[in-house]
Design a protein around this ligand. Sequence first.
Ligand code: ADP
Length: 487
Amino acid sequence: MLNVQQLTGGYSGEKVVNDISFSVNKGELFGILGPNGSGKTTLLKMLTGILPFAGGKAYIKGKPIEEYKLKELAKVAAILPQHSSQTFSFTVKETVSLGRYAHQKGLFQTWTEEDESVVMEVMKQTEVDPFAHHDLNELSGGERQRVYLAQALAQKPEILFLDEPTNHLDLSFQKSLLDTLKRWTKEQGLTVVSIFHDLNLAGLYCDRLLLLENGKIQKEGLPDEVLEEDRIRSVYRTKIMKQPHPSVPAPQLVLLPEGETEGDLSINESMLSFSLEHIVLKAPFPLKTMSSGVVGSGTGWHKNFVNRHVDRRYDCSDHRNEMREYLRSYNFEPVETVGMMTAVILEDVCHHFYEGSNFSVLVVVTAGVGNSVDASKSDAHSSGMKPGTINTWVFVNGVLTEEAYIQAIVTASEAKAKAMSDMEVKDLITGTIATGTSTDSILIAATQRGSGLDYAGTITSLGKIIGKGVHECTCRAIQKSRERAGS
Ligand code: ADP
């Protein structure tokens, strides 16, 4: 649909875009990115016939752009510029109707039924039909943006060029505009070439991206390739991190604010408090967590950690909401809290602080083994939910990678299983050595300050401490709960 070869151009002899080559297929949503002044708008002006070329070629549907007559080009390509303005006062419908100019025939430019129906259709699509007879000057910036989009669509273009189309739009209109453009590309084969300021929107909606830097192509390709952490950091000269979108396979970039990770406070045993109802660790700042708690599970940032005692007959039917209410009643904000439950008597908790070479670890375990299961033979068990009986907390004073979080969970689980074996805890149904209980929970929480800890496998420096700490604390907690049962 669009083929650009070694395009060079700018203003009064000065090259603003330099040696740009790329092509866009029919039905693609193609994004152009780059910092301010990198030449995005200049490139778009050249591709829409507004600015002449100093060198190179650009073809739309196989024909060089400069060979199109103005009206002929307007039937194929439409542009939504960044700042549309008009000096005369027009109504919304009149403004949209101007988009039909290229399709009108004859000397008198008669308005046909087709013109009318296209205008009505595009006003509906962009949801400006309720203001059809309002004066354009009465509308908000976002509404006006949609009117100009309707005007561009009224041209019934095959390729649509947009310069930051979401600029004046609020969140829901940004989403609805891009959803609509995406749908038109897929269903009607419309080709969209759009400049984006927002890298995340570009990553979410575009099929391919072109990143400009100082008028040259820095990278062209799939969103995941173009939006690489190091590349974006260097081109935009800012601290960012890349992470996957939580529900669709698209990259997302987040800004890192300055000054947020100063100070060297570490988590220690003085932050723990105990009662018969719950064990609490209150951190002075949010920790990055990966956990299987009833509240706050998955990954997140939390500063309260609550292990709550519940009766064996606790009704689990709506346990998440009930737990949230419980936390609120003790002034723990659920969004800031990882909350777990256990039927274990909390006096039997075991905790210990371990010093590593340039990091430290606090382990806290509550363990009861009435509910033990051999994971290799759990087929023999019914699947009823009971309150968890081994809850393991591992707090790390250090900076963990995602990989280290997962390895920490593996290492802690292996150490727990070994503790069960060393303490000869049996699965009461199968009679074999148990590996854990049916509803164990785990928390790995790190300060993300101090030394970098890339790995937590069993023989890494962090893994050695987690393995030893979880094993020791679990054995002692099992011992304590046995002593209680025997007494
Ligand atoms: P972007 O859209 O990526 O922010 P532009 O294409 O608008 O970048 O601008 C690229 C460079 O061209 C900038 O250095 C800008 O100052 C210059 N420029 C833009 N428009 C004009 C113009 N009309 N006349 C002269 N220089 C211009």
